[in-house]
Structure formats: structure tokens, C-alpha cells
Design a protein around this ligand. Structure first.
Ligand code: IFM
Length: 983
């Protein structure tokens, strides 16, 4: 940091003594003294700030020729320079080759006529009082009524505004008008009389201006745009010179204080004769002071200062170090970009901590021994955290960044880490503190602190890291570290690390933040009346967003890359619980998760063949090679050996994989996949079922000896879930193969349909119930809800043998059918099956309560649905099942999204339209959801009686019992006695 910058900083008020991520500023009087002032120094400063990653937004009433003509900045980024001009009517992005228009709001012919009419009326009203004004027709969206008393004021310098005001007020007083405020009120009344809706009446002292837009529109645009780049209002500095009243009117820069920017820091560098509104920092000093502020921001960035992570409702904070809960906390604070995941352990070595970095698809060992490979860590410092030291960790859910503050032996170290969502596989770490605490012997290290070096490679996984150190004038040491991981060999890892380091920490940071913000556009969900529930829901979404990379293949394990439980194996959790979220919010990631299955189709064929069947049989658990990886025994609660039969018998996985592929097609409309890989998956899985099904002498078809989703009952016959999913699989394969005229011949297709029709499904029309498997209704009748609080591990509570002989269900089994394939079950059978099975379900799996929440919402039982949604959303936050230490329950997180989107929102990807059937609990007020259907991104605002669809392009929606409605960019519907109708 230069000595000038140190001096400039020393004089700044505390609110400004920090790093900002964006500056939104006024032009005339703030950035430049006036329009004739030389701006060369400012140009160079803004270009350097852009290169250092700061976003800059000019908001001014004037036009492009004036601002760009004076500034001529040509920034290279990563910080963006945007010009919001003409009082909020135009936005330009300035690139190295000059300004490019981003937005332009032009008045329609009607609006223009209304403006003229309003301005004419206003001029007439003023004239009636003896004040003659000329109406100046201005570009785009406004008319100005000239108040200038004398020609010498035609282009007044900013410094002379006080004198001009006096002269104008004298002129108004002569007409009996009490200041600018009253002149504006007269114009406002005229605008209303002329029927001009939402007119903006302002004054720059020279004129009274009537317009369709003003600076507040520009500010609103700026904050929305910054939010989309991952910059929260709390990270923004607003600078102006006229916040206080002028001539009875609010200062023009007070229009920058819009609700969208609540939380931003505002500073005035103007003279402000009437003071500034509450909350605005009064600095004074004009453009020189503004330049000093910018210099300070530049120095902070060039010194490598860490960006703050403000607590704006999107963070998870953990204070202190609790050895008992440490591993739970590390899972909760895990970072991932879909290719590499890292637990949120302290950056220092600490007893009881279990740091870990995992690379997607990187396993060691084979068969059931295959487990996620341990790779060296990238976020370690050479510090040991003792019992008296302090630790605070904050995860920003919106941008996937983890900040830590450690105080070790009284010395403070701060860090920030992220796994780049913009460059999956690349991780960035920054630390500041005393040099000796940052000086690790090598950038890559093992969990116990043992140094590894700058590069590492084993078992096909490679890692490389680069480091840069510096020290600022105040003596604070700083460290930037970039690491890269991958399966493409050491050269690729080294190249990615070099490229990351060359891009620089600020660029990595800015692009990562923007990538996250982009994902929230379609992934966010908000329960307007409940910020704590919203935060818990967003916690789930924030771990689902980076669950899968969006190219190549993604092996998404049950705990993804947040912990080593289940050894990183892939289950149905991915296809059925996680994939719908990805397909409906970021299809490329869903496609990568499916690619994992596509590339293991041969392994699945081998599984089927070796068991004497045809087609493809997917393994219950799998790792890199796609072969069965389920352990054969596990240790029971008292250390006893428990045989595990799931690998042999939990066969529904084969239909689940097919279902995931179909769900992806239904959400995305990806025809290429549908006709090729998707068809192959459906056909090969159908072939498996066709060879697996036993046809009895009476012609009925059966599947014997399976385990359904309810794992308390093993080796059962005719499990309703397995049979109906197999039926669905055969029928969907038949439909797709006939439609494509490929994949299977007519005889085979006919045989599939016949088998599907013959499969028993356990439905008892008299009771309206599906029997979970043959003989279930004859088991000991036990209602677990009456025996214990739930969730409960009923097999532990009652013993494995007792639950095996009782009507106690671990997780939805029959009910999964109502959730996944409602068209395959008896119409109207949801209520009876919910009423029967839910009280008998222990919710002994984390996969259970979220699906029930979804179904209960569909059935209109909103209170219980809300209760189970809350339980699921807090499952890992509260470590409800005491298993979070091993990693987050990603499938449960997927079920949180499904409960909201499919349950409460009633979303269904239909053939011609997105199905909608909202059931919003009145206590919630409003449920807001993002979604992407067939390439169209939409935002849904759902209330008990209304639904608003805002889409980036025309979107077809359908409410139950109604025709398809083609929504434009915005459509509103209301619930009537006859169903939902457009309003
Ligand atoms: O796939 C699940 C299963 O349904 C219940 N036991 C845990 C598995 C992995 O999450």
C-alpha cells in the first residue's frame, strides 16, 4: 500500500474503512467536478479498479456522449464498468472496445404523447400563475420545463448550484410559487391530470423534469444486476454529492437509496447545505475525496485484502470449536464445485477435526472396498488450534465461500476459501495474518499437516497448487493459493493450477461469485413469511447446486463430496432424489449425473448377464467401475455382523435409473439424449425386467425375492414399488421405442406391454390400499407413530427381527409410487395410502420425511406437510439422525426441493406444458420458486389464491382441469371455485 493510500485511509470514517465489492456512483459533482473537468486520472483509476475486480456503476441523468466523451475508460475486467444513463433509461457496459448498450427503455408513442400532454399542461398551470417556461423535448423518456432565469445559467458549473438555486427561487417567488417543491407539485398534478401513470417529477434546479424513469430506476437496475453477479447490497458503496434536500426537493442522489440496495453503505462527498438523510456518511471533499476513496479500495485489493462476508440472511455461522460436534460442522460447511469437494474443517490442525478433500469419481479399491480416494488438502495453514484458541467460521450459502477467523496464541488469522463453480476442479484460498502463521512448507498437505509439495498424483488422481505471498505497508502478510484437482493426469492439473494463478485471485473470485449467482436464478426458493425456514431450505439448495459438475460425467455419491460415509458410493439417491432438482434448475448438471449411468451401461449389462438375465441391471451401490459395490456385511449397533442383502436384492435401482433418465427428458426436452442414450437406458433396463419377471401358470407376472425402499423387510415377493416401477419401465421403454422406431422391434415391445399388464401390484380395491409386498398385511399390526417419537430407527428401537415381522416401514415404499409415477397408480388412491402408511413409517431413513411432506402437500394436509418439510430442511443443520459427521444427506436435500416444487408448488413436467397446482399454506404468505422448463427460465410466485409466472421467454403452463395457457413474460392466475384461471 502506498503512503498516500495509508494517509487517505487514516482519515476515513469507520464505515468506509473496509473493502467493497462494487461502487455505484453519481457522475457530475461526485466523480468529476463538472462536465468540462479533465477525467484522465479518474479513467486510469477506474481501469485499474476494474482490473482489480471491483464492479463500478455510474448512475447519472446525462447521456452517453457526455459521460463516455469525458471519461473514455476502456476497462479489461474482471470488474465491470456499467453506465446507467439518461435518468435510468439506458445502460451501457464499457468493454475494451468501448460502450455497448445493454438496456434501453424508450417511451412508446402513447407514453410519449402522454408526456407531451403532461408537460404542456404543467407549463400551462405555471403560466396561469405568471411563470413562463419553455418545454424542452428531451431524448427517450422525459420533457423538461425550463426554469433558468438568465442565459448565463445555461450550463452552470456544479459549484455554482447554490447561486442558481437562489436565482430560480427568486423567479418562482415572483410568480407566487413557494420554491422548487411547489413547482414540482404543480407538475405532478398536471401529470396526473394528463393520465401519465407513475410519472417521475424531479428537478436539477435548472428544470422541472417530467419523465417515465429517474435515477431510482438506474439504481434498481444496478442492484439487481450486481445481485445477479453475486454482489450483495451490503458489499456495495453508493457515492453521490446531493443526498440532502435542495430547494425543498429530495437531493437527486437520494434516489439511489432504493429498497433493492438496502444494506449498502452510502457516502456523500458533496457540500450538502441541508445535511444528509439518516444513514448516509457525510464525507464532503468533492471529487477529490471520491478519488481518495477509490484509491483506498484499489490499495486494499492490490494488497490482497480479504473480502468481508456480510451476514445478510444467507450465511451459516459457527462460533468456536466443539470437539464433539466438529465433524458435523465440517460437513455442514463443506465446499464443492461438482468436481472437488472439501469439508469445512478449520484451516489449522485441530484434534477431533476430520478435514478432507474428495475428487468426484476418484475411488481407490475395487468392489465393495472401493472408497473415495484421500487426496492432499489445499486449505491448510501451519497452525495448531489449541483448546484456548478462538475460531469462527461463516459459510456464505449464496456464493459458496467459507470464511474463517482463527485467533491462535493471541494472533489473528483470517482466511477465505472456495471451490470455483466457474472452473470446476480449481480451488482458491486466501489468508492474512502474521507471516509465520501463513508460511506452510508446501501448498498441498495431508490432514495431519504433513507437507506434500506443489504437485501430487496417485491412482489416476492428480493435484497441483501454486502460491503467492506478499506483505502490506502495515506489515500484514497475505497468501494466495490456487489448487487444481482432476482425473486427467498431472499435466492437466498443473496446467489448470497455472491458469488459475495467472488469472489471479480477484478474477477467480469474481467469476466464481457470478457463477453461483447465476445458479440461484433458477434454484432459489423462498418462503416469504419465514426467513428461518427459508435459510434452512437454502442450506439444502446450496449443497445441491454444486452436487454435480456440468460437463463430462458426475458420480454423485449419497453424501456427494461432503464426507466419506457410504464410501462415496452412488445409490438411487442420485437418480430419484437429486436429479429432478438438477434437471429443473441446471440441466447440464443433470446430464452429467446421467452420463455416469450411461458410461456404466456395459457394466450393468455384465451384472445382468452374470446373474443369468438379459439387458442391464444397475448395481444398488457403485463406484468408478459401475459394478456392484454394496458391502456384504456391516456391523450392527452392538458390534455384531449383519449380512447385507441389498446388493443382491434392492433391484428397484434399475427402474430408478430409467426413471431418472425419463425425468431429465421430461424437464428438459433434450431430444438428442431421448433418442440415443436415454432410449438405450430405457430399452436395456426394460430387457432386464422382461427376463427377471416370473410369469405364473395363471398368467400373472411376479418379481420374487427383492428388497423395496423399506429396507426393514428383506427378500420379499411382489414388492409393490419394485413391481410398479418395473411396469412403468416396461411401458415407458415401449412408448419410446415405438415412437423412435428404434431400440426394440415390434414383438419385443408387445411382449413388454403384455408383461407390464400382467405384473401384480398388490392393489386391494376394497380398501383402496396397495399391499407393500405379498403378506405385508398379515404381519404384526404396529403403528410406530403410537410407539415412539419420529424419526426413529425402528430396527434399533424394536430389534431387527421384530420390525421384520411387523407393519413397520422404514421409508416411503408404496407411497414412492404416488410420488414418482402418479399415473401408474389407481387414481384417487393417495389419501387412503397416506393415511395408512404414514403413521406406520418410522422415517428411519433421511430420504423419508421430505417425500412425505411432498405427498401430504398434494393431499392438502398442509400442517403435517409443513412439519415434515421443516424436519427435513433441518436434518443436517441439527444433525437429527446423528450421522451428519459422515457427510450431508444429499438425497434428503433433494427431497426438500421436491417437497417445495412438486409438493407445495404442484409442478409437473408435462408433455405440452409445465403443470402447476399450488398448495401454499396460508401461514407462509408466499412461496417463490425458480425453475427451468424446456430451456425457459421462470420465476413462480405462489400464494394461497394467486400464482404469478414470470418467464424469460414464452412458457406454456397448465393447471389441473384447465387448458394449456401460453404465458408471455408475465402471467397471473387466481384460484376460483372452478379451479385456477388467468387474471
Ligand atoms: O439409498 C439410501 C436408502 O434408501 C436408505 N439407506 C441409505 C441409502 C443411502 O442414502
Amino acid at each position: 500500500m502506498t503512503t498516500t493510500a495509508v494517509r487517505a485511509r487514516a482519515g476515513l470514517p469507520p464505515a468506509l474503512q473496509r473493502r467493497f465489492e462494487a461502487v455505484v456512483f453519481d457522475w457530475d459533482g461526485t466523480a468529476v467536478a463538472d462536465r468540462r473537468a479533465p477525467a484522465g486520472a479518474l479513467r486510469r483509476l477506474l481501469e485499474r479498479l476494474s482490473a482489480a475486480g471491483l464492479d463500478l456503476v455510474v448512475v447519472t441523468g446525462t447521456n452517453l456522449a457526455n459521460v463516455d466523451g469525458q471519461l473514455r475508460a476502456r476497462p479489461t475486467g474482471p470488474g465491470r464498468l456499467r453506465l446507467c444513463l439518461n435518468r435510468g433509461s439506458e445502460v451501457f457496459e464499457v468493454l475494451p472496445d468501448g460502450p455497448h448498450a445493454l438496456e434501453r427503455r424508450t417511451a412508446s408513442a402513447e407514453e410519449d404523447a402522454a408526456l407531451s400532454h403532461a408537460a404542456g399542461l404543467a407549463a400551462a398551470r405555471l403560466a396561469e400563475r405568471g411563470l413562463e417556461t419553455a418545454v424542452v423535448a428531451d431524448r427517450l423518456n422525459r420533457r423538461k420545463l425550463d426554469l433558468i432565469p438568465l442565459p448565463q445559467w445555461a450550463d452552470p458549473p456544479k459549484a455554482a448550484i447554490g447561486e442558481l438555486l437562489e436565482a430560480v427561487e427568486a423567479r418562482l417567488a415572483a410568480a407566487g410559487i413557494d420554491g422548487l417543491g411547489q413547482a414540482a407539485a404543480i407538475a405532478e398534478a398536471a401529470a396526473a391530470e394528463a393520465g401519465l401513470r407513475d410519472a417521475r417529477v424531479t428537478s436539477d434546479v435548472k428544470h422541472v423534469e417530467l419523465g417515465l424513469t429517474d435515477k431510482s430506476d438506474a439504481a434498481r437496475w444496478a442492484f439487481t444486476d450486481l445481485w445477479r453477479r453475486g454482489v450483495a447490497p451490503a458489499d456495495v458503496l453508493i457515492a453521490g454529492d446531493e443526498f440532502g434536500e435542495l430547494g425543498g426537493l429530495p437531493g437527486s442522489d437520494s434516489l439511489l437509496l432504493v429498497p433493492e440496495g438496502r444494506g449498502a453503505v452510502a457516502v456523500s462527498v458533496g457540500r450538502e447545505p441541508t445535511g444528509v438523510p439518516e444513514g448516509v456518511v457525510e464525507l464532503g471533499g468533492g471529487p477529490d475525496a471520491f478519488a481518495a476513496l477509490l484509491h483506498d479500495q484499489l490499495a486494499r485489493r492490490e494488497d490482497g485484502e480479504l473480502p468481508p462476508l456480510p451476514d445478510d440472511g444467507w450465511t451459516i455461522d459457527l462460533d468456536g470449536f466443539d470437539p464433539q460436534l466438529e465433524r458435523v460442522h465440517e460437513s455442514q460447511l463443506a465446499l464443492s464445485d461438482g468436481r472437488v469437494g472439501t469439508r469445512g474443517a478449520p484451516a489449522a490442525t485441530a484434534l477431533a477435526a476430520r478435514p478432507g478433500t474428495y475428487v468426484s469419481g476418484a475411488y481407490t479399491g475395487a468392489g465393495s472396498d472401493a472408497e473415495l480416494a484421500a487426496v492432499p488438502l489445499w486449505e491448510r495453514l501451519p497452525i495448531v488450534l489449541g483448546p484456548d484458541d478462538r475460531l469462527h467460521r461463516r459459510l456464505d450459502l449464496r456464493t459458496g465461500r467459507l470464511a474463517q477467523e482463527l485467533v491462535v496464541d493471541g494472533k489473528a488469522v483470517r482466511t477465505l476459501a472456495f471451490a470455483s463453480l466457474a472452473r470446476p476442479g480449481v480451488c482458491a484460498f486466501r489468508a492474512e495474518g502474521p507471516a509465520e502463521l501463513l508460511h506452510a512448507p508446501a501448498p498441498l498437505a495431508w490432514a495431519d499437516g504433513e507437507p506434500v509439495g506443489r504437485s501430487w498424483s496417485a491412482d489416476g488422481v492428480s493435484a497441483a497448487a501454486r502460491e503467492e505471498r506478499r506483505r502490506d505497508a502495515a506489515g500484514v502478510a497475505r497468501l494466495d493459493r490456487t489448487a487444481a484437482y482432476g482425473l486427467d493426469g498431472p499435466d492437466a492439473a498443473a496446467r489448470a493450477a497455472d491458469e488459475g494463478a495467472a488469472a489471479g485471485w480477484e478474477r477467480l473470485h469474481a467469476e466464481h461469485r457470478a457463477a453461483w449467482a447465476g445458479r440461484w436464478e433458477t434454484a432459489d426458493a423462498r418462503i416469504a413469511g419465514d426467513e428461518e425456514l427459508t435459510r434452512a431450505v437454502r442450506f439444502s439448495l446450496s449443497h445441491l447446486i454444486p452436487a454435480a459438475a456440468d460437463s463430462g460425467e458426475a458420480a454423485v455419491g449419497a453424501r456427494d463430496l461432503t464426507g466419506s460415509a457410504y464410501r462415496g458410493h452412488v445409490f438411487w439417491d442420485t437418480d430419484v432424489f437429486v436429479l429432478p432438482f438438477l434437471a429443473a434448475t441446471h440441466p447440464a448438471s443433470a446430464r452429467a449425473a446421467l452420463e455416469y449411468r450411461v458410461r456404466r451401461l456395459d457394466a450393468a449389462r455384465a451384472e445382468a448377464r452374470e446373474r443369468g438375465y438379459r439387458g442391464a441391471r444397475f448395481p444398488w451401490e457403485s463406484a468408478a467401475d459401475g459394478r456392484e459395490a454394496t458391502p456384504r456385511v456391516v456391523q450392527g449397533p452392538s458390534g455384531e455382523e449383519v449380512p447385507v442383502l441389498n446388493g443382491d436384492a434392492e433391484e428397484h435401482i434399475t427402474a430408478d435409473v430409467a426413471w431418472g433418465a425419463a425425468a431429465y427428458v421430461d424437464w428438459t426436452g433434450d431430444d438428442e439424449f431421448r433418442r440415443h442414450e436415454g432410449l438405450e437406458l430405457l430399452v436395456e433396463t426394460a430387457r432386464y425386467w422382461a427376463s427377471r419377471i416370473r410369469v405364473a401358470a395363471d398368467g400373472s407376472a411376479h418379481i420374487d425375492g427383492v428388497i423395496g425402499p423399506d429396507e426393514y423387510h428383506v427378500l420379499v415377493d411382489d414388492n409393490a414399488y419394485t413391481n410398479v416401477m418395473a411396469r412403468w419401465n416396461l411401458r415407458r421403454a415401449a412408448d419410446e421405442a415405438s415412437r423412435a422406431r428404434a431400440g426394440a422391434g415390434g414383438d419385443e415391445i408387445r411382449a413388454w406391454r403384455a408383461l407390464a399388464d400382467a405384473l401384480v401390484d398388490g392393489y386391494d380395491p376394497a380398501r383402496g390400499l396397495y399391499e407393500q409386498f405379498a403378506g405385508f398385511f398379515a404381519l404384526e399390526p404396529l403403528v410406530v407413530a403410537e410407539l415412539a417419537g419420529r424419526p426413529v430407527a425402528a430396527d434399533v428401537l424394536l430389534g431387527r427381527d421384530r420390525v421384520a415381522g411387523a407393519q413397520v416401514v422404514k421409508q416411503p415404499d408404496v407411497l414412492m409410487l404416488h410420488h414418482l409415477v402418479p399415473d401408474e397408480v389407481e387414481p384417487g388412491s393417495l389419501a387412503a395410502n397416506l393415511a395408512y402408511y404414514e403413521p406406520r413409517t418410522a422415517h428411519g431413513s433421511s430420504l423419508s420425511p421430505g417425500i412425505h411432506a411432498s405427498l401430504l402437500a398434494r393431499a392438502g394436509a398442509l400442517d403435517r406437510a409443513d412439519e415434515l418439510l421443516r424436519l427435513t430442511a433441518r436434518l443436517d443443520l441439527d444433525d437429527v439422525t446423528e450421522t451428519t459427521a459422515g457427510g450431508l444427506h444429499l438425497a434428503a436435500m433433494g427431497s426438500v426441493w421436491q417437497a417445495l416444487a412438486l409438493g407445495f408448488g404442484g409442478l409437473r413436467p408435462g408433455a405440452q406444458a409445465l403443470g402447476l397446482d399450488p398448495r401454499v399454506p396460508p401461514a407462509w404468505g408466499r412461496l417463490e420458486l425458480g425453475v427451468c422448463f424446456r430451456g425457459v427460465r421462470a420465476r413462480l410466485t405462489l400464494e394461497p389464491g394467486t400464482a404469478v409466472v414470470e418467464a424469460g421467454a414464452p412458457l406454456a403452463v397448465r393447471f389441473p382441469g384447465s387448458d394449456v395457457v401460453e404465458c408471455g413474460r408475465r402471467a397471473q392466475f387466481e384460484r376460483t371455485r372452478h379451479g385456477w384461471r388467468p387474471r
